[in-house]
Design a protein around this ligand. Structure first.
Ligand code: NAP
Length: 248
């Protein structure tokens, strides 16, 4: 691999949005570390990408709820690629539940994956992102939030709270790091056609949902803009969705 090849970590790369992002980032010429829990699904994504010409693809399987696993991800990426140009915190879990039905297990999984892992993995990747800035003058963190991180919705309160936190964390990253060459971007999609949308299929057809490739294309734009341009947030909505309550 050439020393100017950029590299990326994509979490949740075995899933709908994550595998679309991984394909786009590989097309853009990044060497990859793909992260998810299910090794077979990760291997399937990696072999599809490796069948195309391009930089190497590495997988690391485990749970991002585990801090030691996050450290392993960063270490394996460091051993292979030496620096990190792009961290995409995409892994997430959701669930519909009325407030009175929320249990500690339900809440703790969402907090662990949707926000704790985003903050801790970013923190652990910072030395590698700084190394990429030294080598190639810029690096980027992309956090997949949600439209639920812009507007609270009935039965999605705990998920929405974690995604508001992702938006807040990304704004803080932008404020703290953007002048050092590390850009931070929050992506806030409405309903996307993945298994996470399964609870909505009775009322919303797949053709009415945002495509995973739409999210990948929005991220492609944030990667391609010049070093002097940061895209701090992208909101992607279906035509009937809006991020503020009606009448606000
Ligand atoms: N679909 C939507 O409507 C929508 C809308 C807005 C935002 N989002 C956000 O987009 C992101 C991707 O979601 P998706 O729609 O692609 O859902 P998905 O198909 O369910 O994919 C979720 C991904 O996260 C991974 N993951 C979950 N828990 C994990 C853990 N503990 N450790 C490591 N990886 C874990 C899954 O890996 P394994 O399956 O291998 O465990 C999978 O790769 C999420 O952050 C989600 O909140 C989704």
């Amino acid at each position: 691999m050439s020393s100017d090849t950029r590299s990326a970590i994509v979490t949740g790369a075995s899933g709908g949005i994550g595998s679309a992002i991984a394909a786009m980032v590989h097309e853009e010429g990044f060497a990859l570390t793909l992260v998810g829990r299910d090794p077979a699904k990760l291997e399937a994504v990696a072999s599809t990408l490796s069948a195309e010409p391009g930089p190497p693809v590495h997988i690391v399987a485990g749970s991002l709820a585990d801090e030691a696993f996050m450290a392993r991800v960063v270490d394996e990426h460091l051993q292979r690629y030496g620096s990190l140009d792009l961290l995409i915190n995409n892994a997430g879990v959701a669930g519909n539940r009325a407030v009175g039905e929320i249990t500690a297990d339900f809440l703790d999984e969402q907090l662990a994956v949707n926000i704790r892992a985003v903050i801790l993995l970013t923190s652990k990747c910072l030395p590698l992102l700084k190394e990429a800035v030294q080598q190639r003058k810029s690096a980027q963190v992309v956090n997949i939030a949600s439209n639920a991180g812009k507007r609270g919705e009935a039965t999605l309160s705990s998920y929405s709270a974690t995604k508001f936190a992702v938006v807040g964390f990304t704004e803080s990253l932008h404020d703290e790091l953007s002048t050092s060459g590390i850009k931070a971007t929050a992506i806030c999609p409405g309903l996307v056609n993945t298994r996470m949308a399964d609870d909505y299929r009775d009322t919303v057809g797949p053709e009415e949902m945002i495509a995973p490739s739409d999210i990948a294309e929005a991220i492609r734009m944030t990667i391609r803009v010049s070093r002097s341009c940061v895209v701090p947030e992208v909101v992607l909505l279906r035509p009937i969705e809006w991020r503020q309550p009606e009448g606000a």
